[in-house]
Design a protein around this ligand. Structure first.
Ligand code: AMP
Length: 289
């Protein structure tokens, strides 16, 4: 097992990628903020199925955090990340500092509508997607990959990036990757380390209640009732809900009454100071009765 090369500058990253390109090799990019877990590793594995070379970026992007969010305490452990990426078979790690990504006088951002203003995460984190889209646009321009892999865990983010790539004609295929979960269903997240033992014990409810609601909608039950009851059981286990919604899986527009196919349930809830998000496809099953 060899350690992947670590590049801290755009110039160094581009030189490495140019070498692979000259050899006719395809390149995939996996953007991350570090504090890696098995969900990130699965993205690297999926990237590997699409390209001979896999670049993973590790950058805690300040512009996607608002002033009252957890930028300064966001978990960081680059040595551990690097060991995991070596194990996962990444070829290169791009680990720039903030000055490399945002040079003195930085003044350009991506302006978003469509899925970025669907009324889900954007209602609670109004500046978040502009920060995400701008840094992802930069990473895609810096590395010019054939493929970039993003998790369905951040479902609205994935829709925003697909839309941006299409709208700006970015020459990259955006690949979505399934959510990797803990045994009790909790979606893996770098932020799960914030949960104390008691909170962690109850956090599996979020998945179970969301999955239950999606199943009921798929069986033809009234979504309003299913989501309300699901929300009640999430709250009963100590969460405060930001939203739990049924949306079109592609556009994120609200689901029309009576519709059952091509839908997604999306949820965000807070347990103490920790905010968790999750989502699931509505499985279409034979109508009951
Ligand atoms: P982050 O480091 O949290 O910004 O996430 C980097 C990438 O990993 C994003 O595309 C996330 O959607 C994805 N990701 C995070 N958690 C998971 C998970 N549990 N399963 C699959 N992908 C994930």
């Amino acid at each position: 097992m060899t350690h992947p090369a670590v590049h801290k500058t755009v110039t160094g990253l581009r030189a490495a990628i140019a070498g692979w390109r000259a050899a006719g090799e395809k390149v995939a990019l996996v953007p991350t903020m570090g504090a890696l877990h098995a969900g990130h590793v699965s993205l690297v594995e999926i990237a590997r199925q699409h390209a001979r070379r896999v670049v993973v970026s590790v950058f805690v992007n300040p512009t996607q955090f608002s002033a009252d969010e957890d930028f300064s305490r966001y978990p960081r452990d680059f040595d551990r990340d690097l060991a995991m990426l070596a194990e996962a078979g990444a070829d290169a790690v791009f680990h720039p500092d903030a000055a490399e990504m945002y040079p003195e006088g930085f003044a350009t951002t991506v302006s978003l509508a469509g899925p970025a203003t669907a009324g889900l995460e954007d209602r609670f984190r109004p500046t978040h997607f502009q920060g995400v889209a701008t840094v992802v646009a930069k990473l895609l321009i810096q590395s010019a990959p054939d493929v970039a892999v993003f998790g369905e865990k951040d479902y609205q983010q994935l829709a925003v990036i697909r839309r941006m790539a299409r709208d700006l004609d970015l020459p990259v295929a955006i690949v979505g990757a399934p959510i990797v979960r803990e045994k009790d269903g909790l979606a893996m997240s770098s932020r799960n380390v914030y949960l104390d033992e008691r909170q962690r014990k109850f956090s599996g409810t979020l998945y179970m209640a969301m999955e239950w609601a999606a199943r009921r909608v798929g069986e033809g039950d009234d979504p309003v009732v299913a989501l309300r009851e699901s929300a009640a059981s999430i709250c009963a286990d100590g969460f405060q809900i930001d939203y739990i919604e049924l949306r079109d899986a592609a556009t994120l527009a609200p689901a029309e009454p009576g519709r059952r196919e091509g839908l997604r349930v999306l949820v965000a809830a807070r347990m103490g100071k920790t905010r968790l998000i999750d989502n699931i496809a509505v499985p279409v099953s034979v109508k009951k009765g």
